[in-house]
Design a binder for this molecule. Sequence first.
Ligand SMILES: [Zn+2]
Length: 132
Amino acid sequence: MKSQQEINFPVGIRAALLGAEKSTNKVKVGAALILHKSNRIIISCNNSKSSPGAVKWYKYYDQGMHAEYALFNRSLLDDLPIRGTVYIARRLANLATGLARPCKACRTMLVDLGIRSVVYTDYNNTYIEERL
Ligand SMILES: [Zn+2]
């Protein structure tokens, strides 16, 4: 059952949680970006596969594709602009939320793409807004 806090999550966090539920990784993380002009939401999840294009940001990482990078990949595929706030959510096995703060490589990538604000889940169905 969804907690009362979860029902009050911003729509971007709820969309990112839908992404997290699609993840086949042990650590289930989703990301979402709301495209206000077209009324669309891009949703992604982390992935055990890597991507050659990710080398620029993930040089020192070997953790597959993070949800934030998968979001960027998806926007490229559909030729959609990355703009605004990126939402990131992590779903724990007990169905509560977990900390989904972007890692250093994702933060660098998001800043390079012009993203200046992120909202991510923390433990116990809470969330944090942060300027990059
Ligand atoms: Zn990351």
